[in-house]
Design a protein around this ligand. Structure first.
Ligand SMILES: [Zn+2]
Ligand SMILES: [Zn+2]
Length: 148
Protein backbone atom coordinates (compact mmCIF):
# COMPACT_ATOMS: atom_id res chain seq x y z
CA UNK A 1 0.00 0.00 0.00
CA UNK A 2 1.36 3.38 -0.89
CA UNK A 3 2.07 5.87 1.84
CA UNK A 4 -0.49 8.59 2.01
CA UNK A 5 -0.53 11.61 4.16
CA UNK A 6 -3.31 13.20 6.16
CA UNK A 7 -4.76 16.21 4.38
CA UNK A 8 -5.11 18.02 7.69
CA UNK A 9 -1.87 17.39 9.53
CA UNK A 10 0.36 15.38 7.17
CA UNK A 11 0.34 12.37 9.50
CA UNK A 12 0.26 8.78 8.23
CA UNK A 13 -3.07 7.28 7.16
CA UNK A 14 -4.37 3.84 7.98
CA UNK A 15 -7.25 1.87 6.53
CA UNK A 16 -10.13 1.02 8.79
CA UNK A 17 -13.09 -1.19 7.95
CA UNK A 18 -16.46 0.43 8.56
CA UNK A 19 -19.08 -2.32 8.48
CA UNK A 20 -21.34 -0.05 10.50
CA UNK A 21 -21.76 2.28 7.51
CA UNK A 22 -22.78 1.90 3.86
CA UNK A 23 -19.11 2.30 3.03
CA UNK A 24 -16.50 -0.41 2.93
CA UNK A 25 -13.89 1.43 4.91
CA UNK A 26 -12.14 4.70 5.43
CA UNK A 27 -8.67 6.17 5.60
CA UNK A 28 -7.99 7.71 8.97
CA UNK A 29 -5.04 9.68 10.23
CA UNK A 30 -3.09 7.94 12.99
CA UNK A 31 -1.84 11.23 14.32
CA UNK A 32 -4.93 13.46 14.50
CA UNK A 33 -7.56 10.73 14.11
CA UNK A 34 -9.43 12.59 11.40
CA UNK A 35 -11.34 10.92 8.61
CA UNK A 36 -9.69 11.60 5.25
CA UNK A 37 -11.79 9.76 2.69
CA UNK A 38 -14.04 6.74 2.16
CA UNK A 39 -12.73 3.63 0.50
CA UNK A 40 -14.98 1.42 -1.59
CA UNK A 41 -14.80 -2.34 -1.71
CA UNK A 42 -11.94 -3.94 -3.58
CA UNK A 43 -12.93 -4.43 -7.19
CA UNK A 44 -12.65 -8.15 -6.75
CA UNK A 45 -15.43 -8.16 -4.23
CA UNK A 46 -17.79 -6.22 -6.44
CA UNK A 47 -17.42 -8.51 -9.40
CA UNK A 48 -17.63 -11.62 -7.29
CA UNK A 49 -21.34 -11.21 -6.58
CA UNK A 50 -22.26 -14.61 -7.88
CA UNK A 51 -25.05 -16.20 -5.96
CA UNK A 52 -25.77 -19.79 -5.21
CA UNK A 53 -28.65 -21.93 -6.33
CA UNK A 54 -29.22 -22.76 -2.67
CA UNK A 55 -31.14 -20.64 -0.20
CA UNK A 56 -29.93 -19.37 3.17
CA UNK A 57 -32.29 -21.81 4.85
CA UNK A 58 -30.88 -24.78 2.95
CA UNK A 59 -27.30 -23.88 3.86
CA UNK A 60 -28.23 -23.37 7.52
CA UNK A 61 -30.09 -26.65 7.68
CA UNK A 62 -27.27 -28.56 6.03
CA UNK A 63 -24.86 -27.29 8.68
CA UNK A 64 -27.22 -28.17 11.50
CA UNK A 65 -28.30 -24.66 12.36
CA UNK A 66 -31.75 -23.80 13.64
CA UNK A 67 -31.96 -20.79 11.33
CA UNK A 68 -29.63 -18.86 9.01
CA UNK A 69 -26.79 -17.29 10.96
CA UNK A 70 -23.46 -15.79 10.05
CA UNK A 71 -20.90 -18.59 10.39
CA UNK A 72 -18.36 -16.19 11.87
CA UNK A 73 -20.28 -14.07 14.35
CA UNK A 74 -23.38 -16.30 14.66
CA UNK A 75 -25.81 -13.43 14.33
CA UNK A 76 -29.21 -14.02 12.78
CA UNK A 77 -30.91 -11.62 10.44
CA UNK A 78 -32.75 -9.92 13.31
CA UNK A 79 -29.47 -9.19 15.05
CA UNK A 80 -27.85 -7.45 12.12
CA UNK A 81 -27.42 -3.73 11.76
CA UNK A 82 -29.34 -1.50 9.42
CA UNK A 83 -26.99 -1.83 6.44
CA UNK A 84 -26.19 -5.48 6.93
CA UNK A 85 -27.54 -8.63 5.44
CA UNK A 86 -26.78 -12.36 5.35
CA UNK A 87 -25.25 -13.70 2.17
CA UNK A 88 -24.20 -17.08 0.90
CA UNK A 89 -20.47 -17.32 0.43
CA UNK A 90 -18.48 -19.93 -1.44
CA UNK A 91 -15.74 -21.16 0.89
CA UNK A 92 -13.60 -22.06 -2.10
CA UNK A 93 -14.47 -19.52 -4.73
CA UNK A 94 -16.08 -20.65 -7.94
CA UNK A 95 -13.32 -19.05 -9.98
CA UNK A 96 -10.78 -21.08 -8.02
CA UNK A 97 -12.57 -24.31 -8.78
CA UNK A 98 -15.00 -24.37 -5.85
CA UNK A 99 -18.38 -25.95 -6.42
CA UNK A 100 -21.84 -24.58 -5.82
CA UNK A 101 -22.55 -27.42 -3.44
CA UNK A 102 -23.78 -27.27 0.14
CA UNK A 103 -20.41 -28.47 1.49
CA UNK A 104 -18.74 -25.47 -0.08
CA UNK A 105 -21.23 -22.91 1.14
CA UNK A 106 -21.28 -20.80 4.25
CA UNK A 107 -23.38 -17.91 5.44
CA UNK A 108 -21.71 -14.60 6.20
CA UNK A 109 -23.07 -11.29 7.34
CA UNK A 110 -21.99 -8.14 5.54
CA UNK A 111 -19.41 -7.27 8.18
CA UNK A 112 -17.78 -10.70 8.30
CA UNK A 113 -17.83 -10.92 4.54
CA UNK A 114 -15.90 -7.68 4.36
CA UNK A 115 -13.45 -8.98 6.92
CA UNK A 116 -12.96 -12.18 4.98
CA UNK A 117 -12.31 -10.32 1.74
CA UNK A 118 -10.11 -7.80 3.37
CA UNK A 119 -7.98 -10.33 5.19
CA UNK A 120 -7.61 -12.33 2.01
CA UNK A 121 -6.43 -9.27 0.12
CA UNK A 122 -4.17 -8.30 2.96
CA UNK A 123 -2.57 -11.74 3.16
CA UNK A 124 -2.12 -11.74 -0.57
CA UNK A 125 -0.40 -8.41 -0.37
CA UNK A 126 1.65 -9.43 2.62
CA UNK A 127 2.90 -12.75 1.26
CA UNK A 128 2.87 -12.21 -2.48
CA UNK A 129 3.58 -8.52 -2.62
CA UNK A 130 0.49 -7.90 -4.72
CA UNK A 131 -0.90 -4.42 -4.61
CA UNK A 132 -4.16 -4.15 -2.74
CA UNK A 133 -6.66 -2.69 -5.15
CA UNK A 134 -8.56 -0.02 -3.33
CA UNK A 135 -10.56 2.56 -5.16
CA UNK A 136 -11.30 5.95 -3.73
CA UNK A 137 -14.99 6.57 -3.95
CA UNK A 138 -14.44 10.25 -4.52
CA UNK A 139 -17.78 11.55 -3.30
CA UNK A 140 -16.78 13.07 -0.01
CA UNK A 141 -19.92 15.00 0.80
CA UNK A 142 -21.08 12.41 3.29
CA UNK A 143 -17.69 12.46 4.96
CA UNK A 144 -18.30 15.86 6.38
CA UNK A 145 -21.38 14.75 8.21
CA UNK A 146 -19.95 11.88 10.10
CA UNK A 147 -16.72 13.25 11.40
CA UNK A 148 -17.01 15.29 14.52
ZN1 LIG B 1 -4.02 14.05 10.64
ZN1 LIG C 1 -20.93 -12.11 10.88
Amino acid sequence: MKKEKCKYCGGPLIFRLRPDTVHYGEMVCIKCGRHNYWVSAPREENTRRRTSKFSLEQVAKFHGMDKPRCFFCLRTKDQLGEHETLTIDHIIELQLGGKDSLENLQILCTACHKLKNWSRLYLNWHFNGKEVNMVNEGGSKQNERRKS
